[in-house]
Design a protein. Structure first.
Ligand code: HEC
Ligand code: HEC
Ligand code: HEC
Ligand code: HEC
Length: 105
């Protein structure tokens, strides 16, 4: 009986670490460098506030926003899209909207 429990515990542990490895939620915090001052973006905290798709409109597998925005001709500049997306929600839900609420030198 004891052996059985130990085996079950090991199986549960293996299953849970496998799940963590499969779901790539990206970094917990992301530093978005800007001349205005670095934006320290609490990524994990925002994942609890809304769906991935709210921000990753091209799909999570499409990669970093800045692999298109500011790089590809058909994608609007990073500053424009970040300000639009981030500030519009912050206005509604009480996130920071002042420059220094996001940009810290
Ligand atoms: C509030 C907006 C927002 C939400 C919600 C969000 N992300 Fe992100 N995510 C970002 C931003 C911004 C970056 C940084 C992109 C960059 O560096 O250009 C990022 C980066 C990532 C990266 C790293 C990409 C790379 O190649 O560097 C992964 C992986 C990722 N997110 C997965 C997820 C998953 C999975 C979810 C949902 C569970 C999620 N994100 C929810 C905004 C968000
Ligand atoms: C594969 C390339 C690609 C990736 C990756 C990507 N985008 Fe975009 N994005 C585009 C293109 C192209 C457009 C313009 C056409 C459209 O609206 O679909 C756009 C439009 C937008 C818009 C609307 C802009 C407007 O003026 O209405 C926002 C906001 C936005 N992106 C934010 C993000 C964020 C935040 C990320 C990362 C979490 C991201 N995008 C990742 C290519 C990309
Ligand atoms: C769906 C709504 C939503 C979107 C989209 C969103 N945020 Fe937020 N954000 C919030 C809310 C709500 C808070 C306040 C959270 C709190 O006080 O616990 C917040 C807080 C913050 C903070 C303050 C730090 C903290 O820990 O409270 C920063 C910095 C921030 N957001 C940056 C960003 C950036 C950069 C983007 C765009 C890439 C973004 N947010 C997009 C809802 C959003
Ligand atoms: C909700 C968070 C947020 C707020 C509020 C905000 N910004 Fe930004 N800003 C960003 C993010 C994220 C970027 C993109 C950084 C990147 O491209 O890596 C950015 C980019 C910029 C850039 C271009 C990049 C650079 O090198 O400086 C300028 C200029 C800028 N912001 C000015 C402002 C000003 C002025 C205000 C106040 C009126 C402001 N921002 C408010 C998040 C914010």
């Amino acid at each position: 009986m004891k052996k059985m429990l130990v085996l079950l515990a090991i199986a549960a542990f293996v299953a849970s670490t496998a799940l963590v490895a499969v779901a790539d939620n990206g970094p917990t915090t992301i530093k978005l460098e800007a001349r205005m001052g670095t934006v320290t973006f609490p990524h994990a905290k925002h994942q609890a506030l809304t769906d991935c798709k709210t921000c990753h409109h091209a799909g999570v597998e499409a990669g970093a926003c800045r692999s298109c925005h500011g790089v590809k001709a058909d994608a609007p500049k990073a500053k424009k899209v970040f300000h639009k997306l981030c500030k519009s929600c912050h206005k509604k839900q009480n996130g920071p909207t002042k420059c220094k609420g996001c940009h810290v030198k």
